[in-house]
Design a protein around this ligand. Structure first.
Ligand code: ZN
Ligand code: ZN
Ligand code: ZN
Length: 259
């Protein structure tokens, strides 16, 4: 039995690829669809666990996602990689600094942290008069770590040629922007019950798994339930899910998971 504090609650804040769906300027069937599950903001997870509230990535749509889902505070952020759709919302976290009066811990690989320091240089410089910049405390990921009593397992994966990380927290794993999973990382995923991973579209792509590739990976990992995120406008929600097994399905923005 787990107490309610130990329950891991996830809200998938964004299930879309870097451009989002609808894609600006596009008039395709999915972009014009009235199904709310075809409206996909940029990839982001909000998690409540052991009394902490945290994010996996903080993309361009974060403020809108937080307002839509009642996210009231964030204690820390786990960063998978530094593409704009995954870190573009970091500046918006300063509202939580101001309202709740605490800094926000960022966890990322040394490569990602170097990139964040460059792209958000103003956040690491002396504060300007009047403040108005986020207050971050940065932590390098070098293997397993623990945050506020929560053990976190980084899972190394490839995004094209770029090494990035996914995260396993208990029996939950989030692996976005994946094109290849090394053997050693499959070993880190044994026993995962809920897997969230990425499936861009039907056609192959150099830096993302296609739907067929993602289904193969999901089968191999063998979670009780797998959800796909980071979809582009090629995939209609209902039509695609009808062709997938019931335990391997496309996610949608606002989907809540509990384990
Ligand atoms: Zn992405
Ligand atoms: Zn479109
Ligand atoms: Zn990416």
């Amino acid at each position: 039995m787990t107490s309610s504090e130990d329950t891991l609650r996830v809200i998938i804040l964004g299930s879309g690829t870097s451009a989002g769906v609808p894609t600006l300027g596009c008039r395709c069937r999915v972009c014009r669809s009235s199904d709310p599950r075809n409206k996909r903001m940029r990839s982001c997870a909000y998690i409540e666990h052991c009394g902490s509230r945290f994010l996996i990535d903080c993309g361009t749509d974060f403020r809108t996602q937080a307002l839509a889902n009642g996210v009231e505070d964030v204690d820390f952020v786990l960063i998978t990689h530094t593409h704009a759709d995954h870190i573009g919302g970091l500046d918006d976290l300063r509202a939580f600094n101001m309202v709740h009066g605490h800094p926000i811990d960022l966890y990322a690989t040394p490569e990602s942290l170097a990139e964040i320091r460059k792209r958000f240089a103003y956040c690491f410089a002396p504060p300007p008069p009047g403040g108005g910049i986020p207050e971050f405390v940065v932590h390098e990921i070098n293997g397993n770590f623990e945050v506020r009593g929560i053990p976190i397992q980084p899972v190394p994966v490839f995004h094209g040629r770029m090494p990035i990380v996914g995260f396993r927290i208990g029996s939950f794993a989030w692996l976005t922007d994946v094109s290849f999973i090394p053997e050693t990382s499959y070993n880190l995923l044994v026993g995962v019950r809920i897997l969230v991973t990425s499936a861009l579209r039907h056609r192959p792509h150099p830096t993302h798994m296609s739907l067929t590739e993602a289904v193969e990976v999901a089968r191999r990992i063998g979670a009780e339930q797998t959800y796909f995120i980071h979809m582009c406008h090629d995939l209609d929600h209902e039509e695609t899910n009808a062709q997938l097994p019931p335990n391997i399905q496309l996610a949608y923005d606002g989907l809540r998971l509990e384990l």
